[in-house]
Design a protein around this ligand. Structure first.
Ligand code: ADP
Length: 389
């Protein structure tokens, strides 16, 4: 039955299998001179090859799509094997690092020796912040590595992100939100002023005005104008945070002041080393901590057993220290947590919404960072990271 295979086409079949292995699906059996079972078998083989071809095209187009997607990211992405041979780089990585596709990870040492060491020492899933001198500029990069397996080979996907550019993008977003808040606040005051003065004007023209109505309308205009003035005043406070005058301060000096100001049994201070010296503007730092502790106390107003912890600890090798303020209040839903640093955002009926925005300005002017973690029903933690240089 398989005379055809034995006599004529064993060689061709071998060639076809080799091509399929090499992902070349262009060969096929000529079905013209075949009959019966041989013809059926040739059909099956040709069908299978065309199935392979379609699947391969689908995978290629998915791969192309993913590659295009990764190329749109500003993050530098590099795929390398365990020996450091680079297999792929995103367009941003090619442009932003050496200007060409490198063959080996080690070639990044032309930018900075430490960068290569830091990348090579990353374990899977680890993320690290590194400060490096690159092309004459000090940059702060967040680097991470993910492992995956491709065609049986262990590969590493490195990602390098410029923390400053992420921060800049966040600033642009924050400004947009601020403009929205300002417009809303100004329109809320101006619209009733315009409409009330227009009504008054008409009433006077028509000689139809009652003294009490006139007085009430003028009082409403006064209140709205006063509200606008207060708003502008608080805006001035937000936009005029002065440059910090940093000095070496003993941590305990700050902690003692806070303990005096908040003699509240619900607050616990956990200080790793109170004798430590930190480089800050003491009065600004106290302003930040007072605001955060006050917010924590207010958040716990309805909590049956309120507990607020102010914790300090340092990371000496990196010259950093941390202050955390945690509470077991109601926490925040994600849509609130996203906006709390936007000036004038508040969920309190008598809140001004400027506290956290000023805190963030002070901390970033110190070269540090403020972040928040909050879970509804569990509580909130604000974390300050400060550099001791
Ligand atoms: P204000 O206290 O005047 O509202 P802030 O800028 O200090 O202004 O705070 C903004 C908002 O952040 C608050 O209105 C509140 O919704 C939220 N917030 C701040 N701290 C906490 C906290 N510890 N727990 C829950 N929500 C908080």
């Amino acid at each position: 039955m398989f005379g055809w295979f034995r006599n004529k086409s064993i060689k061709r079949l071998r060639l076809m299998l080799a091509s399929i292995k090499a992902r070349d699906y262009s060969l096929h059996f000529n079905e013209q001179n075949l009959r019966g079972e041989e013809l059926k078998l040739a059909y099956e083989i040709n069908d299978t090859i065309s199935e392979f071809r379609d699947t391969s095209r689908r995978i290629e187009s998915q791969y192309g799509y993913l590659e295009a997607l990764l190329n749109r990211s500003n993050t530098y992405l590099i795929v390398a094997d365990d020996l450091g041979e680079v297999d792929w780089m995103s367009e941003a990585a090619i442009k932003g690092l050496c200007g060409f596709k490198i063959e080996k990870l080690k070639q990044l040492s032309v930018l900075n020796e430490t960068l290569v060491q830091e990348l090579e020492s990353l374990s899977a899933g680890q993320q690290k912040l590194v400060s490096l001198m690159i092309k004459g500029t000090m940059v702060e990069w967040s680097i991470s590595m993910t492992r995956y397996n491709r065609h049986g080979m262990d590969m590493k996907l490195f990602s390098i992100e410029d923390v400053q550019s992420v921060l800049r993008q966040n600033e642009v977003d924050a400004q947009k939100k601020l403009v929205r808040v300002l417009t809303h606040e100004i329109m809320n005051s101006l619209s009733p002023i315009i409409s009330l003065s227009d009504t008054l004007n008409h009433s006077i023209e028509e000689g139809d005005i009652d003294k009490t109505d006139l007085q009430m309308a003028l009082q409403a205009i006064y209140r709205r104008s006063q509200g606008l003035l207060n708003f502008v005043e608080s805006f001035r406070k937000v936009s005029r945070v002065s440059q910090p005058q940093k000095e070496w301060v003993v941590l305990n000096d700050i902690i003692n002041d806070l303990q005096q100001l908040f003699p509240n049994p619900a607050i616990t201070f956990v200080v790793e080393d109170g004798t430590e010296n930190i480089l800050v503007d003491q009065s600004q730092m106290e302003q930040v901590l007072i605001n955060l502790i006050k917010n924590a106390v207010e958040a716990c107003n309805e909590t049956p057993r309120p507990h607020i912890v102010v914790k300090t600890y340092s990371d000496r090798p990196n010259n950093r220290f941390y202050i955390e303020i945690s509470d077991n209040g109601p926490g925040m839903p994600p849509d609130v947590a996203e906006q709390i640093f936007v000036p004038f955002f508040t969920t309190k009926s008598t809140g001004s919404g400027i506290g956290l925005s000023i805190c963030r300005q002070i901390i970033s002017m110190h070269g540090g960072r403020i972040s928040v973690e909050s879970k509804e029903g569990e509580g909130t933690t604000f974390k300050l990271m400060l550099n001791n240089y």
